[in-house]
Design a protein around this ligand. Structure first.
Ligand code: EPU
Length: 419
């Protein structure tokens, strides 16, 4: 177990390089199952979630070489079997459910331990299952498992009641080799969906419209191996943008896609942060006077729920009243109680958080209750007076590459200690 200790107050300076997107690479790794040929993922982020999904695939006999030095993953699923993956690994990470679509596509059957709820909400999988059923699979849920069988998957029209990211990805992967055409309506439009479609198309799939609300998939007979470099992690970039703002500093962030960050850029600009973008590099200047803002999380291109905790930290340091409304997950304000331990003034009322900016946050021992909450507490620690200790840091390691090293490179006083 390790924790992160931050001594706040340093002005950040210098530049930081953004890694590839966790939420792109996880479905892409699952998608590699769809071909017998080798797939290579270049510049892959070396994260806990990537190691876990690789172990899940190994437990069904895929060969995976994760080269941490070169940030490259080589996946060979020639020997993959339709056996049940190790339950303890699957339960470690909800993203394991992304194997369901490709496995049904490849074997016509699959059994997987049901993902549970998690700290941020109950996170049902009904939309994934609705999609598999529409493609002709018989889906049974019981005794903690979900099982699906299909002699043949057949293209279909599927309307999602909510534009779920995971359901869109899973259905897309199940449908790429189905007979005929599949149309997903009210599909999620997140950049990670577009990246997955780009990856699958480079394997020979025929997917049109990914990144919009309607995705058309024309089934193909087989897929071949490919090499892919995932997109930059927009949430990691957004986290560093807030780091500059919360410490009232100016930093350079290398590896950003302006289009993907539009909602975060818009809201930080409204708050008074100055942002300049040139190509895939951004300068974020938080040295001006900052103003309170209201935020509502929404599916892409709305403001991302994965940035909600971090911006709550920032707004806790901005004089005046800000209101955040969380519409995606029902329990994503766990960070508020921890931030209050640092002197933040946040009141939760159902799905809204009312934040009154305070003069100073003060260092305290706080717990990372989930991945983004942990990142947000580190950000608060950078701005706080005195020392902050963030425990349960394994949540943060699931989704950030070398977070303390990247902050050290920006002159923050931060270290990881093993306890
Ligand atoms: N939902 C349903 N039924 C379903 C699926 C989802 O009701 O069958 C609901 C969920 O309960 C939730 C909402 O729909 O309230 C959104 O869930 P979605 O399926 O879009 O999320 P996800 O695929 O489980 C991905 C990311 C999350 C990110 C969300 C929303 C991955 C591996 N995870 O989760 O990332 O918050 O989309 O953008 O891509 C994170 O990185 O910290 C993280 C939690």
């Amino acid at each position: 177990m390790s924790k992160i200790i931050v001594r706040g107050g340093n002005i950040l300076k210098g530049e930081v390089n953004i890694s590839a997107a966790k939420n792109s690479v996880l479905p892409i790794i699952a998608g590699c199952i769809l071909s017998d040929d080798k797939c290579i993922i270049d510049q892959a982020p070396m994260l806990e979630d990537v190691f876990v999904i690789s172990d899940v695939l190994r437990s069904v006999c895929a060969e995976i070489d994760v080269n941490r030095k070169d940030s490259r993953i080589i996946i060979d699923s020639t020997a993959i079997k339709d056996c049940e993956p190790a339950g303890e690994l699957v339960r470690k990470m909800r993203g394991s459910f992304l194997l369901m679509g490709p496995m049904i596509s490849r074997f016509g059957r699959f059994k997987l331990s049901l993902p549970g709820g998690c700290n941020i909400g109950t996170r049902p999988i009904d939309l994934h299952l609705k999609g598999f059923s529409a493609l002709g699979a018989e889906v049974n849920v019981g005794h903690g498992y979900v099982e699906a069988y299909a002699k043949k998957l057949i293209g279909s029209k599927i309307y999602l009641d909510f534009p779920s990211v995971g359901a869109t990805e899973n259905i897309m992967m199940a449908a790429v080799m189905a007979e005929g055409e599949t149309i997903i309506e009210n599909a999620a439009a997140e950049p990670e969906i577009e990246d997955l479609a780009k990856f699958l198309n480079s394997m020979g799939a025929n997917i049109i419209g990914a990144g919009s609300g309607t995705i058309r998939i024309i089934g193909v007979k087989s897929l071949r191996g490919t090499t892919h470099r995932p997109i930059y992690d927009r949430i990691e970039a957004g986290t560093f943008m807030i780091a500059a703002a919360i410490t009232r500093s100016r930093i350079k962030i290398n590896g950003v896609n302006e289009e993907h960050l539009k909602p975060v850029i818009a809201k930080l600009t409204e708050a008074g942060v100055f942002i300049k973008i040139e190509g895939d590099t951004m300068v974020v200047d938080g040295t001006g006077d900052l103003k309170p803002i209201d935020i509502k999380t929404m599916p892409y291109p709305g403001f991302p729920t994965d940035m909600q905790s971090q911006i709550a930290g920032l707004l806790s340091t901005v004089h005046g009243t800000s209101i955040i409304t969380e519409t995606i997950f029902e329990n994503r304000f766990m960070h508020a109680a921890e931030m209050k331990r640092m002197g933040a003034n946040i009141k939760i009322d159902g799905r809204s958080a009312v934040i009154e900016g305070v003069n100073k946050l003060t260092g305290a021992e706080v717990r990372a209750t989930d991945l983004r909450a942990g990142a947000a507490l580190i950000l608060c620690g950078l701005a706080a007076e005195g020392e902050t200790q963030v425990t349960d840091i394994y949540h943060v390691d699931r989704g950030y590459v070398d977070i303390e090293k990247k902050f050290q490179g920006l002159d923050a006083d931060i270290e990881r200690v093993n306890v």
